[in-house]
Ligand binder design. Structure first.
Ligand code: CDP
Ligand code: CDP
Length: 225
């Protein structure tokens, strides 16, 4: 097992994992893994290659050939390049999140991405966000956070976030999409969305970003970060 420290940040769609992760990266100088982006990229790559998303072995087979690079460090300047092309905008769409959750039910797809995620564990440390960071990918993470909030509040946050990026989204549709994605992520047989037994639960409903970060700061100080 690696001795490089990991902080795992898990939780459902639109709960603030990215915000917390970016803040922790700034605080610690650690590397970052946005594991959801890998599932999103693989789903879009399968669509682009004309592969049926339910043909899980064929989807998984695309994973090793994907050339991915992450640039930027804030929500405004982050970009994700796949094969040298900028996929950032398509990757952010809620419809892409839904495609990602369809392939994420597959054990073959999860296995194909497992080592790739662990390869991000480099000195001086890693902040990793997703659904199974604390349970499956980095079970020995030194600090595990599990964020939650009501679906309505997460849809409101996501709508505001998308509108800032110039993407219009209907609130009722977003709510519906987020509920459907959560149900699929929580209900799947492999690596379902659930807190690790040693995770710290943070219910962020009604909490401002500052209030959430104050809780995160207290927990990270207590864990020695
Ligand atoms: O990564 P994840 O999908 O979990 O969520 P995010 O992209 O970090 O957060 C979604 C949006 O909600 C961002 O624009 C955050 O700044 C915002 N947010 C918020 O308004 N209040 C919070 N307590 C947490 C996040
Ligand atoms: O930012 P948001 O929480 O909306 O989504 P994301 O983290 O980009 O993840 C997109 C989808 O990928 C999720 O709904 C999951 O189905 C899947 N995923 C997963 O299964 N395991 C992970 N570690 C990360 C994402």
């Amino acid at each position: 097992m690696s001795t490089v420290p990991v902080i795992a940040v898990d939780g459902p769609a639109g709960v603030g994992k990215g915000m917390v992760t970016r803040w922790l990266v700034q605080r610690t100088g650690f590397h970052r893994l946005d594991s959801g982006a890998l599932y999103r990229i693989l789903a879009l790559a399968a669509v682009a290659a004309g592969v049926d998303l339910d043909a899980h072995a064929a989807v998984a087979a695309l994973a090793p050939g994907l050339q991915i690079s992450f640039t930027g460090s804030s929500e405004d300047d982050e970009a994700i390049l796949v094969g040298g092309q900028d996929w950032t905008r398509e990757l952010r769409a809620e419809t892409t999140g839904a495609l990602a959750s369809r392939i994420a039910v597959s054990p073959e797809v999860r296995e194909a991405l497992l080592q790739r995620q662990r390869d991000f564990r480099l000195a001086p440390g890693l902040i990793a966000d997703g659904r199974d960071m604390g349970t499956v990918v980095f079970p020995d993470a030194r600090l595990k956070l599990f964020l939650d909030a009501s679906p309505e509040e997460r849809a409101t946050r996501r709508q505001r976030q998308l509108s800032k990026a110039g993407i219009a989204a209907n609130f009722a549709t977003l709510c519906e999409e987020i509920r459907a994605r959560d149900a699929r992520d929580r209900g799947r047989a492999v690596a379902p969305l659930k807190p690790a037994s040693d995770a710290h639960l943070i219910d962020t409903t009604g909490l401002s970003p500052e209030a959430v970060l104050a809780r995160v700061e207290a927990l990270s100080v207590a864990a020695g970060f």
